[in-house]
Design a protein around this ligand. Structure first.
Ligand SMILES: NC(=O)c1ccc[n+]([C@@H]2O[C@H](COP(=O)([O-])OP(=O)(O)OC[C@H]3O[C@@H](n4cnc5c(N)ncnc54)[C@H](OP(=O)(O)O)[C@@H]3O)[C@@H](O)[C@H]2O)c1
Length: 166
């Protein structure tokens, strides 16, 4: 099963503030929807609550240490490992790891691929993406986009593959 981390990251590695996204880039939302449609998404409880609802046409696996946690339309796990095991046992070819900061930090070790939207702007925030170590990750594609009427910042869709076997 291929484990893909998907994130949108500012120049200064900020990914969120006050349990919310900071920027609004409709092109990135569209890209996110196209890429993840029909797939299984793993996310931390805070990211799930920040989204507010399970995303349609996707299976949402939510990780929390709270054994009582429930919410409509999601499957709850008490560890990241158990969510991955569940996905593996379902025979999934791919799973998307959707953050936030805490979950990214724990997933960098086990991810096979990173799909990153680089937002070419620095923002004030309280949640960060971990370092993408060039010793471990190789950039395999990059698509730059200029700001336009709807997308206020320059941005790039970037993919990385793991260089070395774990
Ligand atoms: N830019 C992006 O691409 C992007 C993507 C996703 C999120 N974000 C942003 O990131 C921020 C949220 O990130 P965050 O780091 O605060 O929270 P998070 O990673 O979304 O969720 C953290 C929560 O997940 C649970 N958790 C984490 N590790 C666990 C483990 N090993 N076992 C069991 N449960 C575990 C805990 O839930 P309990 O407290 O319930 O136990 C923990 O409080 C928001 O601002 C959001 O908008 C940005």
């Amino acid at each position: 099963m291929i484990k893909i981390i998907m994130a949108a990251i500012a120049n200064n590695n900020v990914i969120g503030k006050d349990n919310n996204l900071i920027w609004h880039l409709p092109a990135d939302l569209r890209f996110f929807k196209q890429t993840t449609k029909g797939h299984t998404l793993i996310m931390g409880r805070k990211t799930f609550e920040s989204l507010g609802n399970p995303l349609p046409h996707r299976d949402s696996l939510v990780i929390t240490r709270n054994k009582e946690y429930t919410s409509d339309g999601i499957t709850v796990f008490n560890t990241l490992e158990s969510a991955l095991e569940y996905s593996e046992n379902k025979g999934l070819e791919t799973v998307f790891i959707l953050g936030g900061g805490e979950i990214y930090r724990q997933s960098m070790e086990i991810a096979d691929k990173l799909i990153i939207t680089e937002v070419h702007e620095a923002f004030d925030g309280d949640t960060y993406f971990p370092e993408i170590d060039p010793e471990i990750w190789e950039e395999t594609s990059r698509e730059e986009h200029n700001a336009d009427d709807k997308n206020k910042y320059n941005f790039a869709f970037v993919q990385y593959e793991r260089k070395q076997q774990r």
